[in-house]
Design a protein around this ligand. Structure first.
Ligand SMILES: [Fe+2]
Length: 492
């Protein structure tokens, strides 16, 4: 309508109080070499005065056409300049008339509104994405007892949602008063090592611990250094935000994000961080309670196992030895660390159910009656039931329940066959038999290690899983001797 051939739309965003960043949102094609973006001083006048400004886009030209008279029009929303529309390239280098300027200024108001609407819509969409991410992370955090996983997903959500370059989660060590780095994202291992334990006194973190309130620094280089004790990484990271991790009025640690450029953190962003921090705090507390409950139960169960061993001097230390032998066997079999720990626990507890069998039967020297045999054969099931309420890993409970199953079938309590018997139970079966054979009983001498090994080999495929026997026989001789001679301390 005005005959202009080149132009641009520049959007103005306030990044920091008093400082504006401009971003070219569009240019009028096809005049790339004449690309028209107003200079900083023109932007400043239009922004400050909120009016159209005429200028020459090529002031060094001789003719009006070469000088290309241009006009910069404010795009306004509610009286505030949010962007600038600039036009030039009229036929014969004509200036924009008063009427055209008024028309363009009116257009600028409509365009300003339309662009503002689009911006708000984009913001709304971003908020919806943040909210979705928050719900997703919240669910993950509150349903997991795996602390490493919880911490990692909390930090990842901060990085994704806040676009943070570095994130760090620290927990307070009550004994030393130091903040210990528990999880981080984006940091080099050197940096992680240098901040792995910090004394919070006089730092930003210390202030957060003291006040329980978030602290935001938009630009570290202009912040009040004497009060804040500026960190040494100020050159690399310019802005930080820290929130406390708090549960029930107790501060457990801090959550911190960093930005490499000066940055204003919005209230919503800080609220997002605080929500993640509080969910993380709850998950940490849950995991702590759960593990102390499990520890408590385990020590109660170990006391029971010890009481059981006290009934029969000949079995003293048996559970501990079986646990160690089974763990060594699992390692040789190539099982993971978690399974090795599970089979160790199962070894400690495998005969727990004997606590319910009377001493007369346990210590009886002669042949057992059918009734007595039935009672003693109930011990794996009884043991498993004692463990169930403590929510031990299912693998541990299954190993206790099935440690008297025979590989070829016909064992108890379920008469399972071959691979249907849980692997950890098959391992306990071999470790249990080896220790029983190499220990003295009132009615027989202990077998030598050599004889016991032969027995295992002879019964592989019968009572024992051949693959497990094979692994067991590959446990280094020295380790085997250490366990069988040094395992007599009992389970207490
Ligand atoms: Fe047993």
């Amino acid at each position: 309508m005005t005959g202009a051939t080149s132009g641009s739309v520049v959007m103005l965003t306030e990044v920091m109080p008093g400082s504006t960043e401009s971003e070219t949102a569009a240019t009028l094609e096809p005049c790339n070499e004449l690309r028209l973006v107003p200079a900083g001083d023109i932007v400043a006048i239009v922004k400050r005065e909120g009016r159209a400004v005429h200028f020459d886009s090529c002031p060094e030209g001789n003719t009006p056409e070469e000088r290309r008279p241009a006009v910069a029009i404010p795009l306004t929303v509610g009286g505030k300049v949010t962007g600038i529309l600039t036009l030039a390239g009229r036929p014969e280098g004509a200036r924009f008339t008063e009427d055209e300027t008024i028309f363009l200024t009116t257009l600028g108001t409509s365009l300003g509104l339309a662009l503002e609407n689009a911006r708000l819509f984009r913001q709304l969409q971003a908020k919806a994405t943040k909210l979705e991410r928050l719900i997703e992370v919240g669910k993950m955090i509150s349903s997991s007892l795996n602390i490493d996983q919880v911490l990692e997903s909390a930090l990842m959500s901060l990085r994704d949602v806040l676009g943070a370059q570095w994130c760090a989660l620290r927990l307070l060590d009550k004994d030393t008063g130091k903040l210990v780095l528990k999880a981080s994202l984006g940091m080099s291992s050197k940096l992680q090592a240098s901040i792995s334990r910090v004394r919070p006194d006089g730092t930003l973190l210390g202030k957060v611990l003291q006040t329980g309130k978030p602290i935001v620094v938009e630009d570290l280089t202009t912040a009040n250094g004497s009060e804040l004790h500026l960190p040494y990484y100020t050159k690399e990271m310019r802005a930080v935000a820290v929130v406390p991790i708090e549960v029930g009025g107790k501060i457990l640690g801090t959550l911190k994000v960093y930005s490499p450029v000066p940055r204003r953190w919005s209230k919503e962003e800080i609220a997002y961080m605080a929500t993640i921090a509080s969910k993380t705090g709850l998950a940490l507390e849950n995991a702590r309670l759960y593990s102390s409950l499990q520890e408590y139960y385990l020590s109660a169960v170990q006391a029971l196992a010890a009481a059981l061993e006290a009934k029969d001097v000949y079995t003293r230390g048996h559970s501990m030895r079986v646990a160690k032998l089974a763990r060594a066997c699992a390692r040789v079999l190539g099982l993971g660390v978690e399974e090795q720990e599970q089979v160790y626990l199962a070894g400690l507890l495998h005969d727990l159910g004997k606590i319910g069998v009377s001493e007369d039967i346990l210590l009886k020297r002669g042949t057992l009656t059918a009734e007595e045999r039935k009672e003693i054969q109930g011990h794996p099931e009884v043991g498993a039931r004692i463990l169930e309420p403590a929510r031990f890993p299912a693998e541990v409970i299954a190993a206790v329940r099935h440690h008297h199953e025979d590989y070829r079938g016909g064992g108890y309590p379920a008469g399972l066959v071959g691979e249907d018997i849980p692997l950890l139970a098959r391992i306990i079966r071999v470790a249990d038999a080896y220790d029983a054979m190499t220990s003295a009983r009132p009615y027989r001498e202990a077998l030598t290690a050599q004889r016991a090994r032969e027995e295992l080999r002879r019964c592989a495929g019968e009572q024992f899983d051949p693959r497990v026997v094979d692994a067991f026989l590959r446990i280094p001789q020295e380790e085997l001797e250490d366990i069988t001679t040094g395992g007599g301390e009992g389970v207490l």
